[in-house]
Design a protein around this ligand. Structure first.
Ligand SMILES: Nc1ncnc2c1ncn2[C@@H]1O[C@H](COP(=O)(O)OP(=O)(O)O)[C@@H](O)[C@H]1O
Ligand SMILES: [Mg+2]
Length: 324
């Protein structure tokens, strides 16, 4: 039987329904086992698919953590030695998503702007000189209030420690290196698009409430407290006068985003955060992640194994007949 080898953090492993996942794999003719990255991969049996969520390990390896670097090295060597292995998703493609600035630039290079979809103005801040920061923000048309997001979006708790800066006085709160991004008012509603190969699904989540440029002090927050299902706190609750009828998102626009970004990033397992701008109704992409949580994705395991199966079949064809 063809095997799928899987590696995820202990936390992510806990959330998986293994009985269901294994059963679905079997229906498609696959066996399933957990890979141990601490020992030789060759010794763990044969597998034709490697399914992983290695983002945090790759991020820490790239930051110089020797243990993570050696794990990733082991994985990369194995992949190199087994060219017919199907990897979801390829390590080099996952790497493009680690740095927020690089991902935003990549999204901006697509034709999504033709469909009224945009990335809020952003720039990368590396300096600690306030005048320089102020000039950079002006040049990139980043407006107040803006969110300061750590450039590295994975690998540590700090990757999600953010600031909302309301005025020039707040510039000294920028923790560089970071990406500064104009805040888009969106009535505290965010849509998460979950992508699994050629299928996608979106769910609604809480999000930051509306904010305006003012004299307020900087607000520091942990983004993991904001857009989880059911998270309600002072940052996500709208003022009573702001509560309006919700605009339903246009499924065609969300589909356009899913199809375009899957293609652009060369990845099958993606999550994209989208908000709809008040007044203009334009769609803003504010975040993209590899292998997101998929909470609320109907028949997730079936979609996942179906996607894996298609990849295995098309890879077999390429291996047999060449790529043309
Ligand atoms: N440009 C923006 N405009 C308005 N709200 C934003 C913007 N960027 C982020 N947010 C809010 O901050 C939260 C965290 O930002 P995000 O970039 O998704 O970080 P993370 O990578 O930690 O998920 C989002 O869920 C959303 O509520
Ligand atoms: Mg997010």
């Amino acid at each position: 039987m063809s095997n799928i080898a899987c590696w995820m953090s202990e936390k992510k492993i806990q959330k998986i329904n293994w009985v269901e996942f294994e059963k679905t794999c079997k229906q498609y003719g696959f066996g399933l086992f957990k890979l141990d990255l601490n020992t030789s991969l060759e010794s763990q049996g044969t597998f034709c698919v490697f399914l992983h969520k290695l983002t945090d390990i790759i991020a820490s390896a790239d930051q110089g953590d020797p243990k993570c670097a050696s794990l990733i090295h082991r994985v990369e060597e194995y992949i190199k030695a087994h060219p017919s292995l199907v990897v979801l998703d390829p390590i080099s493609n996952v790497r493009q998503l680690l740095n927020r600035y690089i991902s935003y630039r990549k999204i901006n290079s697509t034709n999504l702007h033709k469909f009224g979809i945009f990335i809020p103005n952003f720039c990368e801040l590396n300096s600690n000189n306030l005048q320089e920061l102020s000039n950079q923000l002006k040049n990139s048309k980043v407006t107040y209030p803006f969110i300061c997001k750590p450039s590295l979006g994975h690998g540590s708790k700090e990757a999600h420690s953010m600031s909302l800066i309301f005025n020039e006085k707040g510039l000294h709160d920028c923790k560089t290196p970071c990406v500064a991004q104009s805040f888009i008012n969106h009535n505290a509603v965010l849509y998460k698009i979950f992508i699994v190969g050629d299928k996608h699904h979106f769910v609604e989540r809480p999000s930051l409430k509306n904010f305006h440029a003012c004299d307020d002090e900087t607000i520091h927050f942990d983004s993991s407290d904001v857009s989880k299902a059911g998270s309600r706190n002072s940052l996500t609750l709208l003022e009573p006068y702001e509560i309006v009828d919700k605009v339903e998102p246009d499924p065609e626009v969300l589909k356009r985003i899913a199809v375009t970004l899957r293609d652009e990033f060369g990845m099958d397992l993606l999550g994209v955060d989208v908000v709809i701008e008040n007044n203009t109704g334009r769609y803003a992409i504010i975040d993209i992640n590899s292998y997101p949580g998929y909470d609320g994705f109907p028949d997730f395991y079936d979609a996942l194994v179906n996607c894996i199966n298609k990849k295995v079949n098309s890879k077999c064809k390429i291996d047999k007949f060449g790529d043309n």
